[in-house]
Design a protein around this ligand. Structure first.
Ligand code: GLU
Length: 419
C-alpha cells in the first residue's frame, strides 16, 4: 500500500509523540527511560517447508513492551516489511492504546517477515503453528494475548489457539482474541476496529459541526479496518467518495457504492477492475477533496510532502502510525483535526478485551451488547481526551498520550520497580 521507504526509525518517531506528552506531564527522567524501553524483544527463526518440498526460513518477532496494567496485548502482523523496529513501535503504541481506553492490559506486538500473498493456506498454517509453538512459554491469557493485525485472520488465530492449547494440554481460548465465534470469539470483533473508527469520527464531526449526512469521506485501505469503516459510514448516510487497496484508489465524487465494492473485493480478493469510480492513485486519494480522511493501511502515509496538500478537515487514524511527526505538526498549523491511532483504532482491542473476558467467564454476549459497550468505552475516553485538549491547549494526539501515560505511570508507581 504505497509504503514510503524512509530512512528513519519508526520507533524513534513514535517516541517523539511520547516526549511531547511527557513534557506536559513533567515526567521525571527515570520514568521516561523506563517507558521508552521495551520490556522484552524476542526474535526467532521459523524454518518451514513449502508445499513444493523446499525449505525456507522466516524471521519472527514478539515485542512485549509493557506489563504495568496487565497482560501484554497486541496483534500479529504478516508482511514483507515487518522489522524489529516496526514491531517495537507497534508494541509501544499498543501500550498507550490499551491505557487510553482504560483496558487492563499492557502492550505487545508480533510479526513474521513474509509475504502471505505467496503462501498457500497450509503454508500459512504451518508458519502460524511454529510461531505459536515457539512462544508457548511467554504467551497465555495472563501473560500476553495476541490478536489479528495486517494479513492475519480469525483462522490464523484459531491455529494459534489450537497449537497453544495442544502444548499446555488444555483448551485455552483466552490466549488469543479475534478468534472465530465458534471457538470462543466475540460477536462484533471482526467489525470492531472499523466500527470504532466511525464512532470516533461521527462524534468528532458532531463536535466540529460537520453533518454526517452531507459529509464526504475518503478511506485509504480496504482491509478489515477500511472495509468495515467505509461500510458503516455509508450505512450512516455519509458519502464515501474514495476507497483504495494495494492496486490503487477508486474515486467517485457522487459516492462509491460501498456494498458493491465489498462484494467485489470478497469475490476477487482485490479492488482491481472495480467499476463505478474513477481510478486514481493512493497518493491522490490522500490529497483528494473530502471532509473526513481515514488512513486505514500502514505507517507513514502522511509526510512533510503531502501534509500541506491534504484537504480534509478531519483525519481519523484507522491505521497505526500513519502520520509522521512532521506531518502532524503541519496538520496542527493548518487546523486539521486528527483523531490519533491510539484512540481512532482502539475499537479492535476494546472488543478483544470483551472477548478475553467472555472466554474467561465462558459466557458470551449478544452483538448488541458488545456494540453498546464498545461505544460507551470509546466515547467516554474520547470525551476525557477532549477535556484535556481544552484544559491544556494540546492536540487530541498529545492529550490522548497524556491520558494514557498518566494511567501507565500510576500503575507503575503503585507496583513499584522490582530491582
Ligand atoms: N491489531 C489490532 C491493533 O493494532 C488489535 C490488537 C488486539 O486486539 O489485541 O489495535
Amino acid at each position: 500500500m504505497n509504503t514510503v521507504v524512509r530512512d528513519v526509525s519508526i520507533f524513534g518517531e513514535a517516541i517523539a509523540y511520547f516526549n511531547e506528552a511527557a513534557d506536559l506531564l513533567e515526567l521525571d527522567s527515570g520514568m521516561r527511560q523506563i517507558l521508552t524501553h521495551p520490556t522484552r524483544q524476542i526474535i526467532f527463526s521459523i524454518p518451514f517447508q513449502r508445499d513444493s518440498g523446499e525449505f525456507e526460513v522466516f524471521t519472527a518477532y514478539r515485542v512485549q513492551y509493557n506489563f504495568a496494567r496487565g497482560p501484554a496485548k497486541g496483534g500479529i502482523r504478516y508482511h514483507p516489511g515487518v522489522t524489529l523496529d516496526e514491531v517495537t513501535a507497534l508494541a509501544f503504541w499498543m501500550t498507550w492504546k490499551c491505557a487510553v481506553v482504560d483496558l487492563p492490559f499492557g502492550g505487545a506486538k508480533g510479526g513474521v517477515t513474509c509475504d502471505p500473498s505467496t503462501l498457500s493456506s497450509s503454508e500459512l498454517e504451518r508458519i502460524t503453528r511454529r510461531y505459536a509453538a515457539d512462544l508457548v512459554e511467554v504467551v497465555g491469557p495472563d501473560k500476553d494475548v495476541p490478536a489479528p493485525d495486517v494479513n492475519t485472520t480469525p483462522q490464523v488465530m484459531a491455529w494459534f489457539m489450537d497449537t497453544y492449547s495442544m502444548h499446555v494440554r488444555q483448551n485455552q481460548p483466552g490466549v488469543v482474541t479475534g478468534k472465530p465465534i465458534e471457538i470462543g470469539g466475540s460477536r462484533g470483533r471482526v467489525e470492531a476496529t472499523g466500527r470504532g473508527v466511525t464512532i470516533c469520527a461521527l462524534d468528532q464531526m458532531r463536535e466540529m459541526g460537520i453533518d454526517p449526512k452531507r459529509a464526504s469521506i475518503a478511506v485509504q485501505g480496504f482491509g478489515n479496518v477500511g472495509l468495515n469503516a467505509a461500510k458503516l459510514f455509508a450505512e450512516r448516510g455519509s458519502k464515501v467518495v474514495a476507497i483504495s487497496d494495494v492496486t490503487g484508489a477508486y474515486h467517485n465524487p457522487e459516492g462509491v457504492d460501498v456494498d458493491a465494492a465489498v462484494t467485489y473485493a470478497r469475490k476477487f480478493r482485490t479492488l482491481e477492475g472495480f467499476g463505478g469510480a474513477e481510478r486514481i492513485s493512493n497518493a491522490e486519494l490522500l490529497v483528494s477533496e473530502c471532509d473526513v480522511l481515514v488512513p486505514a493501511a500502514l505507517e507513514n502515509v502522511f509526510t512533510a510532502e503531502n501534509a500541506p496538500k491534504v484537504k480534509a478537515k478531519l483525519v481519523v487514524e484507522g491505521a497505526n502510525g500513519p502520520t509522521t511527526p512532521e506531518a502532524d505538526r503541519i496538520f496542527k498549523e493548518r487546523g486539521i483535526t486528527v483523531i490519533p491511532d491510539i484512540m481512532g483504532n482502539a475499537g479492535g482491542v476494546t472488543v478483544s478485551y470483551f472477548e478475553w473476558a467472555q472466554d474467561r467467564m465462558g459466557y458470551f454476549w449478544k452483538e448488541k451488547e458488545v456494540n453498546e459497550r464498545l461505544e460507551d468505552v470509546l466515547l467516554s475516553n474520547l470525551h476525557e481526551i477532549r477535556e484535556i485538549t481544552r484544559r491544556r491547549g494540546a492536540t487530541l494526539r498529545t492529550a490522548a498520550y497524556t491520558l494514557a501515560i498518566d494511567r501507565v505511570v500510576r500503575a507503575l508507581k503503585l507496583r513499584g520497580i522490582y530491582s
